[in-house]
Design a protein around this ligand. Structure first.
Ligand code: MIC
Ligand code: SF4
Length: 660
């Protein structure tokens, strides 16, 4: 009676028992990184002294920072290419596509585990992989052959019945799930899709759904592997890696939802949260300024063909700027070969590179007070680069039809063709560079001046008495903590520089404030750190002297990143205590060296002369690993465990100025 999730976890289990909520460690078969998180991950891998990665497959993608408005991004790309070549990692060159789209096309396989330093790694769940997003250090550890630690998740069943009507999209399914479960409803859970409706969805449609499971806060999302999966793999020349996989018929789930696809209508997520979902009929007619189509959620061949069909022989409304970024070189080449690209260009669409682009604020920021419709997965405040913009998330059908109408429109009224499945995908892996196998020792790693040393933490004292430097509300995203966008992303390999942007749009002068008071504590509401896997949202606060975050609850990846970099994530034992604390209050936490799994601690509010209890989720493993003295001790321990030459590597990195 196991679920599909339990079957894959069982086949990869290395430590722990599979009881809900218990710590487990699973073997990782594949890893992926992207450029914005990859440089840190590979610096950590180097410091551990790993010569060749121990996974079945590791791929380094470049898809986030490709504007190259200075030398910084190009430096990062060259470092990533050479470090991959030396250590046995495949390198997907800029231009080859968005990591999740390319991985789905060329590498993801049913039944495999995949760990990626990007929160949308679960995209590969569409093909039946157990694909999890994590911080770069966790991915570096997986490349070093260490199992991935997590808590045994609950398994939620979303049962799909019926079939989608024309104009309704798989994006609408996941928006519906977000409406039902909210942005924190998936924390600690895997979402498993079952039911008759599953076989009506092709692999890219399934991947749209698993991709956006990240917005539920879920550990991952997964579809069974069936004849549709086989057909997709065959058309990608990869049928060899097919295995049929599904949950047992009598599988027992922790929660079940049922969605009848026949009843579903086009949906829209309103500003500024992916779970602020309405039916399109509630907002039809609203004037818009921008439409952006693409991202790892909706940039497949199928999505682009639908968009081309809607735009064919039409012109984008004069009040709208439409930009389109196809997901991969495979998709773009196929569109170019069959003429659909001409339909996109003729409509007036502004064609962009096959990268993340506007999804991460790399260009195409909309006008002041804009209403922007995007086929992306996140519409967090400020993420588009225009603080006053109202960004909504929709399907490609809604986006394309609204672009020609100039107002939010219901695509069920549009005339267009549902594209036929291609007989074959265009397979050309010439933009993926295989690593040097014969003499990797001869490969020179190129590090331009933008690659700065890994920062170091000071050991956690037994008693910490410091100010609350910032108090924030519920659902603070990593985009609030460590914003992205064209002005910031060039500095992802430079923590000192990136620390200038921490909480940029929440508290002016945050960096100076932290430095002047010698760091301190962050106090937060529910679901602190939701969104991305970026370690910078922990590394930069660490650099600024943050010692603990006290929140009502945390998002999974951010909590793990805080632990990895020696910031203790505490949760209020009694949530009402949140209201008793003000910014600037001095808090004192004693006996930190006696931190033990499951043991509550007392926090004294020195300013208010009160005290309150806090819990933490640290395991014995976290505490034993001496996480509180990152970088040196932690990396040294890991290095000893994997048999790496830590001393040699650290001396080399220090000589190169990459470690202090
Ligand atoms: C995102 O969508 O927020 C990102 C940019 O892909 C991040 C990774 C990053 O910040 O580099 C993510 O989702 O993990
Ligand atoms: Fe890139 Fe956007 Fe996907 Fe993140 S969500 S990987 S920025 S396309």
């Amino acid at each position: 009676m196991p679920t599909l999730t339990e079957k894959i976890i069982k086949a990869h289990l290395q430590e722990g028992t599979m009881d809900r909520g218990c710590p487990i460690a699973i073997k990782i078969d594949q890893t992926l990184t992207q450029d914005a998180t990859g440089t840190m991950a590979y610096l950590q891998l180097e410091a551990m002294g790993v010569d060749q990665v121990k996974t079945e497959l590791s791929v380094s993608y470049v898809d986030h920072n490709t504007l190259q408005s200075g030398f910084e991004n190009a430096d990062d790309h060259k470092y990533l290419q050479t470090v991959a070549n030396k250590h046995g990692i495949y390198f997907s060159r800029p231009g080859n596509g968005i990591c999740h789209q390319v991985h789905l096309e060329r590498f993801a396989a049913p039944g495999k585990t995949l760990l990626g330093s990007d929160s949308h790694t679960p995209t590969a769940g569409g093909i039946g992989a157990l694909a999890i997003g994590a911080g770069g250090l966790d991915v570096a550890c997986a490349m070093a052959g260490r199992p991935f630690n997590l808590k045994m998740p609950k398994v939620v069943n979303v049962k799909l019945t019926g079939a989608l009507h024309k104009g309704v999209s798989s994006k609408d399914i996941i928006l519906k799930v977000l409406q039902l479960m909210t942005v924190k409803g998936g924390v600690g859970k895997v979402i498993e899709y079952t039911g008759e409706g599953v076989k009506t969805l092709n692999i890219p449609q399934r991947a749209t759904i698993t991709n956006m499971g990240a917005e539920l806060g879920a550990t991952t999302s997964i579809f069974p592997s069936d004849e549709v999966t086989y057909e997709f793999l065959k058309k990608q020349n990869r049928e060899d890696c097919f295995v049929a996989l599904s949950a047992d018929d009598d599988a027992v789930y922790d929660e079940t939802y049922e969605i009848n696809l026949d009843d579903l209508e086009p949906m829209i997520a309103m500003p500024h949260s992916p779970d602020a979902v309405k039916s399109i009929s509630e907002v039809v007619g609203k004037k818009i300024d921008q439409v952006a189509i693409g991202s790892c959620t909706n940039s497949s061949y199928r999505d682009m063909m639908i968009v081309a069909s809607i735009l064919k022989n039409k012109t984008v409304a004069e009040n709208v700027s439409l930009c389109i970024s196809p997901g991969s070189k495979q998709v773009l080449t196929m569109l170019s070969q069959n003429g659909a690209l001409t339909d996109l260009i003729s409509s007036g669409a502004r064609m962009l590179e096959c990268t993340c682009g506007p999804c991460i604020g790399m260009g195409q920021s909309p006008i002041t007070n804009a209403w922007s419709l995007r086929t992306f997965n996140r519409n967090f405040y400020g993420r588009s680069g225009t603080l006053s913009a109202n960004v909504c998330l929709v399907s490609p059908e809604v986006a394309a039809y609204s672009a020609i109408k100039g107002v939010i429109s219901d695509p069920r009224e549009a005339e267009f063709d549902i594209p036929a499945e291609p007989d074959h995908f265009l397979v050309d892996d010439s933009m993926i560079i295989a690593p040097e196998k014969q003499h990797p020792e001869n490969v020179e790693i190129v590090r331009g001046p933008n690659i700065k040393p890994l920062p170091e933490n000071t050991p956690l004292a037994d008693t910490v008495e410091k100010q609350v430097v910032i108090k924030v509300v519920d659902n603070i995203t990593t985009d609030h903590i460590a914003p992205a966008g064209a002005k910031v992303l060039p500095f992802r390999s430079n923590i000192e520089k990136i620390s200038e942007f921490i909480f940029r749009d929440v508290q002016a002068g945050f960096k100076q404030h932290c430095l002047s008071v010698g760091g301190g504590f962050i106090v937060a509401g529910q679901n602190y750190g939701q969104g991305s896997s970026r370690e910078h949202a922990a590394l930069a606060p660490m650099y600024l002297g943050i010692k603990a975050v006290i929140a009502k609850s945390f998002a999974r990846i951010h909590q793990a990143n805080l632990i990895n970099f020696g910031i203790v994530p505490f949760t209020f034992a009694n949530e009402a205590d949140y209201d008793t604390i003000d910014e600037g209050d001095v808090l004192k936490i004693s006996n930190l060296h006696q931190l033990a799994p499951g043991k509550a601690m007392m926090v004294e509010n020195v300013t208010k002369k009160t005290s309150f209890a806090v819990n933490h989720a640290l395991s014995q493993l976290d505490i034993d690993k001496d996480v509180f003295t990152y970088v040196k001790t932690r990396l040294k321990n890991l290095s000893i465990e994997i048999g790496g030459d830590y001393e040699g590597n650290v001396i080399e990195l220090m000589n190169k100025g990459l470690l202090e």
